[in-house]
Design a protein around this ligand. Structure first.
Ligand code: GLP
Length: 234
C-alpha cells in the first residue's frame, strides 16, 4: 500500500482527484463510489472540473434497506446532492434498498458489477475498519450481500438522523471480493476516530476482524490520510 499524508480533507480530495484523472487518461471507464463525509471533497473536485464524465459509469458500494430515496440520509440522495445532480455520467448504479425481492436485487447488482469491471474504486473506512458496509467478521469471499449493521456503525451514523431509532439496521453492500477486483483502490481517511482502523489496516494482520486489512493483498492501493488519521502509525 502506498500511503500519502495530507494536511487536511481538501488536500486529500485534490490528490484523489489527481489519481482519478491519471486513471481516466489510461482509459478507466467505471468508477466505484462511496458515501459518507470522507469523499465529499473528492466529489467537489469532480464537480468543479470541466472533465466530461458522459462516457463513465459509476457503481456505488452500498445503500440502506427500506429507507426511501427521498430521505436525505439515503445514499441515493447523497450521491445526487454531492455529485450526480452536478455531473452527468453515462449511468449511475446504486443498490435498490427498497426492492421487494432483495435476493433478486443482490443478484442483479452482482451482474452489473460483472458487466462493468471497476477501474477506480474510492473508499472511506468505518471506525471499526469496515469498508462499504462490510462489518468485522464478514467473509472476504462475499460479493454483494445483505448486511445487519453493527451497533457501533448505527451509532456512528446516527449523527445524520433525527434519532438513533431512525437509522436503518440493514443495508445492501458490495462485498470484499468485488471490491478487491477493482484495478485501483484509493482509500481516504481523515480525523482521529479513524486512527486505530488505519493502523490496523496498514500494520496489523490480514483478518476478517478488520475488513480493510484485506487491502494489504491488493497490488494497487493508495491510502490518503491526514495527520490525525495517521497518528497511530510509526
Ligand atoms: C458508512 C459507509 C462507508 C463509509 C463509512 C465512514 O458506514 N457505508 O462507506 O466509509 O460510513 O463514513 P464517514 O466517511 O462519514 O466517516
Amino acid at each position: 500500500m502506498k500511503v500519502i499524508r495530507v494536511q487536511n480533507q481538501v488536500e486529500g480530495g485534490e490528490i484523489a482527484f489527481t489519481l482519478l484523472k491519471e486513471s481516466l487518461t489510461k482509459g478507466a471507464k467505471t468508477l466505484g463510489l462511496a458515501t459518507g463525509s470522507t469523499p465529499i471533497t473528492f466529489y467537489q473536485e469532480i464537480v468543479n472540473s470541466k472533465l466530461d464524465f458522459s462516457d463513465i459509469t459509476s457503481i456505488n458500494l452500498d445503500e440502506y434497506v427500506a429507507l426511501p430515496i427521498e430521505n436525505p440520509q439515503s445514499y441515493d440522495f447523497f450521491m445526487k446532492e454531492h455529485l450526480f445532480n452536478h455531473k452527468k455520467f453515462k449511468k449511475n448504479y446504486l443498490p435498490n434498498g427498497l426492492a421487494k425481492d432483495l435476493d433478486k436485487e443482490i443478484a442483479a447488482y452482482n451482474q452489473i458489477i460483472a458487466e462493468n469491471p471497476i477501474d477506480f474504486q474510492i473508499l472511506g473506512i468505518g471506525r471499526n475498519g469496515h469498508i462499504g458496509f462490510n462489518e468485522p467478521g464478514t467473509s472476504f469471499d462475499m460479493k454483494t450481500h445483505l448486511v445487519d449493521l453493527e451497533k457501533s456503525t448505527i451509532e456512528a451514523n446516527s449523527r445524520f438522523f433525527a434519532s438513533i431509532d431512525d437509522v436503518p439496521n440493514q443495508a445492501i453492500s458490495m462485498g470484499i471480493a468485488s471490491i478487491m477486483e477493482s484495478k485501483m483502490i484509493v482509500l481516504l481517511a481523515f480525523g482521529k476516530e479513524k486512527a486505530a482502523a488505519i493502523k490496523g489496516m496498514i500494520t496489523g494482520p490480514v483478518t476478517e476482524d478488520l475488513p480493510a486489512s484485506i487491502l494489504q493483498k491488493h497490488d494497487n492501493v493508495v491510502v490518503i490520510v491526514d495527520n490525525e488519521a495517521a497518528s497511530e502509525l510509526e
